[in-house]
Design a protein around this ligand. Structure first.
Ligand SMILES: *Cc1c(COP(=O)(O)O)cnc(C)c1O
Length: 417
């Protein structure tokens, strides 16, 4: 499985026949006639989700009503689902909660990290991040930098190390870049940031559930991540937030809502933060969405992450090999070395990436487009087969060679790309 070397469709069928994860595809409800290579943007629907959501709605809400906060354990859902996600990212029990969106959680942990570093060394003026980090991460950091009279310094990935100096307050990075799939060495960069006297905030949006992550071993300071991508939690699923226990009790985050209070049901007028990660909660948890997210997280927990990563690499290697041999004109935009990639592969086309992706989607192969020139393909080893890779490249080759992407219907932009 590690060496794809599949030169025929038959080879791909053989790889699938020996895939130790093959049976996990049964966990999902996949539409007929679709090859889905966009699980890095919105994970697919687990078979268990509809029944579980129906149960929450009809019984827990319909019959149980407000009693269900206690009797159905609603109030514990942020911690319960958080503990499951913790197993996927190398965090301990009670260290991670599910709450709000990735953007909001980033605001909370970046605020906390800035408060900690600035209390120790007020002269530190810089938040360092990657220029091609996901925009919401940069917008949140820009806003906080402005509020604190600091600077947001944006650099290219290969220049990060040289910007970790006496000015550094916080290094804020996404472990796997959303455009290129480039994977940062979380442990090494965290160590370098600490050596410079700063803290780290890691966004795991494209790594949680996609590859083995070890927050504790990497000594990271704070992390956030997304519920609706590789965790299959459904559109707009709540996100997660982790603080290294060594920081958890130092400062509370600024969105000091009642769910992060030490005793929310004492209804006291003053704020007293809960101990540990619970202080990163803000308002009432979205129970139905949390129930759906739990189903998604369970589908990932069913896999061994080392096996999952091995298959992910084999799928992406095969895809690159086939596209490069059959689709002239597309330029690999992801690192060629598998150990430096997450679970996605991006190809650039200088002018026609958008209509090419639209034409491909019309043929039932779903990836996505990221402006200005990136065709992005996500590989989710839980349900993506080697035969899907073969068939997807076959369709892509036909789109390119037929020139059908020139048709006007493929050149009209929708709101969401
Ligand atoms: C998907 C993604 C987000 C999404 O943030 P929302 O608050 O859920 O909209 C944030 N950051 C990164 C790096 C992402 O990939």
């Amino acid at each position: 499985m590690t060496s794809p070397q599949a030169t025929t469709r038959q080879d791909c069928l053989a790889l699938d026949a020996h895939d130790p994860l093959a049976s996990l595809r049964e966990q999902f409800k996949l539409p007929e006639g679709v090859i889905y290579l966009d699980g890095n943007s919105l994970g697919v629907l687990p078979r268990s989700t509809a029944a579980r959501v129906q149960q929450v709605v009809a019984q827990e809400w319909g019959d149980g009503l407000i009693r269900s906060w206690n009797t159905a354990g609603w109030i514990d859902l942020p911690q319960r689902v958080g503990n499951k996600i913790a197993q996927l990212v190398g965090a301990g029990d009670g260290e991670l909660v599910v709450a709000d969106s990735t953007s909001v959680n980033l605001f909370k942990v970046l605020s906390a990290a800035l408060r900690i570093t600035r209390a120790d060394s007020p002269a530190r003026k810089c938040i360092v991040s990657e220029r091609s980090n996901f925009p919401t991460d940069l917008y949140i950091a820009e806003s906080l930098a402005r509020e604190h009279g600091m600077r947001l310094v944006l650099v290219e990935p290969e220049d990060i190390a040289q910007h970790l100096n006496a000015d550094l307050a916080v290094l804020m990075l996404t472990q796997v870049n959303y455009r290129t799939g480039r994977l940062h060495d979380m442990a090494a960069l965290t160590q370098a940031a600490h050596a410079a006297g700063g803290l780290t905030v890691w966004d795991l949006a494209h790594s949680a559930g996609a590859l083995p992550v070890d927050l504790r071993a990497s000594h990271a300071d704070f992390a956030v991540g997304c519920g609706y991508k590789y965790l299959n939690g459904g559109p707009g699923a709540p996100a997660f937030v982790w603080a290294n226990p060594r920081h958890a009790e130092r400062f509370w985050q600024p969105l000091s809502g009642w769910m992060g209070h030490a005793a929310p049901f004492e209804f006291t007028p003053d704020y007293r933060p809960a101990s540990g990660i619970a202080r990163y909660l803000c308002g009432t948890p979205p129970v139905i969405s949390l129930a759906a997210l739990e189903c998604g997280v369970d589908t990932v927990l069913a896999a061994d992450m080392t096996t999952l990563r091995r298959k992910s690499i084999a799928l992406t290697e095969l895809f690159i090999e086939l596209v490069e041999s059959r689709c002239a004109g597309l330029q690999l935009a992801s690192p060629r070395e598998a150990s430096k990639r997450g679970s996605q592969v991006s190809f650039a086309h200088p002018s026609a990436g958008y209509p090419m992706m639209q034409a491909l989607i019309a043929r039932g192969v779903i990836g996505d487009f990221r402006a200005p020139d990136i065709l992005r393909f996500g590989f989710t080893p839980l349900y993506t087969r080697f035969i899907d890779v073969w068939d997807a490249v076959e369709q892509l080759a036909q789109v390119l060679h037929s020139g059908e992407w020139r048709e006007p219907r493929f050149n009209q932009r929708s709101a969401v790309t």
